[in-house]
Design a protein around this ligand. Structure first.
Ligand SMILES: CC(C)(COP(=O)(O)OP(=O)(O)OC[C@H]1O[C@@H](n2cnc3c(N)ncnc32)[C@H](O)[C@@H]1OP(=O)(O)O)[C@@H](O)C(=O)NCCC(=O)NCCS
Length: 217
């Protein structure tokens, strides 16, 4: 993920021992007691990476609890995001006075079923796929970009965004995506909500990765 985010963002990718790391008591509460082993491992790797990313900003690596809406709770003055998928986990953190919000997402690089593609993509997004290079599941890239967008949007705007509330345009040569947020969603907020979100993506073998930041105005 380091390659997809600006230098002001601390990025940590999990190493194998991190899946067996230690959770702090405030973090354990967000996981609950009755979870399957894979969920415990993913959650643990995410928290270990999150604390290490906070530490890389020169801050104390305090606990990262879970809010009622499932979002991680970053310490005051810090923004961040976590992603995990099978065998891969990463966290990003930045100073809130430099970066308004950060998002990142990783997905397995697999084709999506036609029904899922329809649920994720708007017709104009699907229309661009035939023009893009073959060998990549472009709907999966759009899906990941939208998960990144939600992780950026929700912590600062506080409202829900549906998959059809963002229109993602992909630029494979630059490894960039641009998303236009539905004007009605932008207008329906009491905070200054972004009308567009731009980010970067990469497809390496089995993994699709996306990331973006919202800069301070
Ligand atoms: C929250 C969501 C984006 C997570 O994405 P995912 O691909 O399922 O899973 P990832 O492993 O990449 O990310 C999970 C992490 O997201 C973070 N997360 C959960 N809710 C969040 C929120 N509201 N805001 C920010 N981050 C959130 C958590 O850190 C979570 O990991 P944890 O439970 O171990 O702490 C997804 O589950 C979801 O609800 N999507 C629907 C909304 C959406 O994407 N709309 C499209 C907008 S264009």
């Amino acid at each position: 993920m380091r390659d997809l985010l600006p230098a002001a963002v601390a990025v940590v990718v999990a190493e194998p021992p991190d899946w067996e790391g230690v959770l702090l008591p405030e973090e354990q509460a967000g996981l609950g007691d009755r979870v399957v082993d894979s969920r415990r491992r993913d959650f643990t790797a995410g928290r270990v990476c999150a604390r290490r990313a906070i530490s890389a900003l020169g801050r104390s690596p305090v606990a990262v609890p879970t809010a009622a809406n499932r979002a991680p709770v970053w310490p005051p003055g810090v923004v961040g995001a976590i992603t995990h998928t099978r065998g891969y986990c990463a966290a990003a953190a930045a100073r809130a006075d430099e970066i308004r919000s950060v998002g990142l997402d990783a997905e397995q690089h697999r084709p999506l079923s036609p029904g899922v593609v329809q649920a994720i993509c708007l017709p104009e997004e699907e229309a661009q796929f035939p023009r893009l290079p073959s060998g990549v599941s472009w709907p999966t890239v759009v899906f990941s970009a939208k998960e990144t967008i939600y992780k950026i949007w929700h912590p600062v705007v506080g409202t829900w965004l549906d998959f059809h509330d963002a229109t993602v345009t992909l630029d494979p040569e630059a490894g960039r995506f641009t998303a236009r947020i539905a004007p009605a969603r932008v207008a329906a907020t009491s905070v200054h909500a972004p009308a567009t979100v731009s980010g970067r993506f990469a497809v390496d073998g089995d993994l699709v990765r996306t990331a973006a930041v919202l800069l301070r105005a």
